[in-house]
Ligand binder design. Sequence first.
Ligand code: FMN
Ligand code: SF4
Ligand code: SF4
Ligand code: FES
Length: 780
Amino acid sequence: MAKLNNANELKELRQKLAQETFKPDALRARVCCGTACTATGAYKVIEEFKKESANSGIDLEIVKTGCQGICQKGPVLKLEPMDIFYQRTKPESVPWIMSYSILGNMPYRQGLYRDNFLSEPVPVMTDVPFYKKQKRIALRNNGKIDPCNIDHYLAVGGYAGLEKALSSMSPDEVLAEVDKANLRGRGGAGFPAGRKWKHTKSAPGSIKLVIANGDEGDPGAFMDRSIMEGDPHSLLEGMALCAYAIGAQYGIIYVRHEYPLAVKNLWIAIKQAEDMGLLGKNILGTDFSFTMDIREGAGAFVCGESTALVASIEGERGFPRPRPPRLSEPGGGAWGYPSNLNNIETYACVPVIIEQGSDYFLSIGTETSPGTKVFALTGKVKNTGLVEVPMGITLKEIIFDIGGGILGDKQFKAVQTGGPSGGCIPASFLDLPVDFDSLSSVGSMMGSGGMVVLDEDTCMVDVANFFLSFTQSESCGKCPPCRIGTSQMLKILQRITSGKGEPGDIQRLLDLGKNIQKTSLCGLGQSAPNPVLSTIKYFREEYEEHIYDKYCRANVCSGLGAFVIDQNECFRCGLCKAACAFNAVTEMRDRFIIDRTACTQCKACYTACPIKAVKIRKQRHVILEEVFKIPTEKIEVIDRRAKMNLGDIMKTKTSYELFAMTPGHKVTDAIKLMNDRNISAVMVVDENQKLKGMITERDIVRGLSKGAVFLNDKIENIMTREVITFTPFTEVSAAISVVANKKVRHLPVVDGDRIVGMITYRDLVSYVLPEIIYMAEDMY
Ligand SMILES: Cc1cc2nc3c(=O)[nH]c(=O)nc-3n(C[C@H](O)[C@H](O)[C@H](O)COP(=O)(O)O)c2cc1C
Ligand code: SF4
Ligand code: SF4
Ligand code: FES
């Protein structure tokens, strides 16, 4: 590999390679050799292609690419020039692909992508819904090039940004371009890279470092791994541009040791770039020198935190330390040298900004969050994998258009973004445009790009428990709020999910969470309570059900609920009885029944029943059903309604007219109004429309019995002055209790001094509990 002595030589080489590599007419298979596709047999597929093409004398170029995104459908490959995309490719499909597509120039239908079993197959990659709304900047070369071949990177325009910077831009100009692009850090907090670069550049001292954070500790995240494995030169080029801009001489990539392929491909790329004179001393014959190294971390989540990462690089234990000094300041970075730390994806965007200009970058995404973001889309979604989308795309577009919707066409419940530091966003925010600020505004965060989709079968308390158990076990233990606080929160959560939750537990979680956020030293502790706090905010009802009803609506938590066998569904296979280790299932002459006094709620029968005839219900529902013979559906409706408030009832009234008179009006006027409008009460207000009392049919009857002559009597003489008022937030159950105890039939609803509505006894009866009819009939 000949060393390039100047930018011109690089330009000429790039132009030559662009013409010679990836010729448009050549037969080519771009086979994904990312970690997921390798695990599902990509190399066996390649072997088969080699064998078949040798046997039939076909000259087939095979490009072993990095991750193409749709990992769940691997091994995937793209066949050119016919432009056919194959998924879930098996070695035995290769001869068919060869004869159909290479010899016959048509797709082999069985190997194509389909939305579902019955839908038409999609031959072209860009027509597959998963790829349709994506926009690739950071992943621009993933799936196109062989990451171990620098010629491939150069052929698709690689190192053009570095060439442009070294030949025609000063370091300040490079920095200004990144600053203008408002490139925000993709590692979590979204801090503008340009501002960080300026801090490090302005720090005193002649030795400076550029560090890339490839720790990627979020469970399920693999954005950075895919870039390091699939396009390592884009990271090297981005880091070199940063070094040039801030005057740094050394670069370190910090990678977790669970990423061996990333480390291997990065070392290959570094060696190739050094051999070509694109890294090392006097790059492209200029005064700019930049030497790269890789440090492997032991794989602790806390080592992604900037100060812990620096400690780990230095060979110390990965303990965070207080700031200042920041990494960009003397004494703060690795071995005390001012260091610029950015995420892998952040650096990978830099070559595009320099080569194509900040205006191009600013033209994508939103005003405050330009560009794109890579997400690892996982969970209960049909298409999982890596997606790169323009900022501002809605959650719905990502989950339903790209992700294909919810597995099994179940109900969407929530999406967890930002990994263990993020939060759960409910269905009401599906139209939220995704960017750094919007996600924070609903109590979650972008984080590094983890996106876990949750469906109706997910227990939100269990989800909070899962993420908190991760952060609790990853806490470095240095500071008590994080070490002890997260473990206390976890104990409470485990108590709740095992059916031993106590009244007050929700408040305890809220108090502890807020204190841990405020008093922890580093971002791990500061963000650890987020999944718990956001699930309490949006799914409090589920916490209450676990605590008060001892019930988990998703049937996820063991030790909760009452187990019953639905006799209409049961076909008496007896598998539940066989599964029960506690002899709680009894076989009768014509049915199986569960003895709830012997049942330990272990869920074995629930799992064993092949037709889901074993049901888990709320204890009190089962009693109502069995003792009072009220059907389950009715109980559920009653329950749901009883949890609503008066504001909900008001919203259901299609038209709303409020009638009010002053105390000086005559009683006969009130009677006329009641008669004309078919109402049984009128509100009495003063000149400021402030509620003073009510005049009801009952007041009139009482007045008559006392011998009143209404022709001249004023309302104030017979009106009820002590009126009980409610707010729209008064729970329906509380209103029912007032109706029952105080024997009132009209409930004025106020907001401060303003009258906003009137709920009648009849509204409650028709809206809420059929039982209240019995109760009320007794009373009136
Ligand atoms: C507990 C914890 C873990 C983190 N893990 C990562 C990580 O794996 N990758 C990453 O880039 N940033 C991670 N960060 C954020 C980094 O501290 C730092 O802000 C980031 O690397 C800066 O790069 P950026 O500005 O390009 O995002 C983590 C922060 C905390 C508190
Ligand atoms: S907040 Fe947690 S992880 Fe961070 S320093 Fe304190 S104990 Fe360690
Ligand atoms: S939940 Fe467990 S203990 Fe209860 S009936 Fe089913 S198998 Fe038996
Ligand atoms: S590893 Fe092949 S598509 Fe991701």
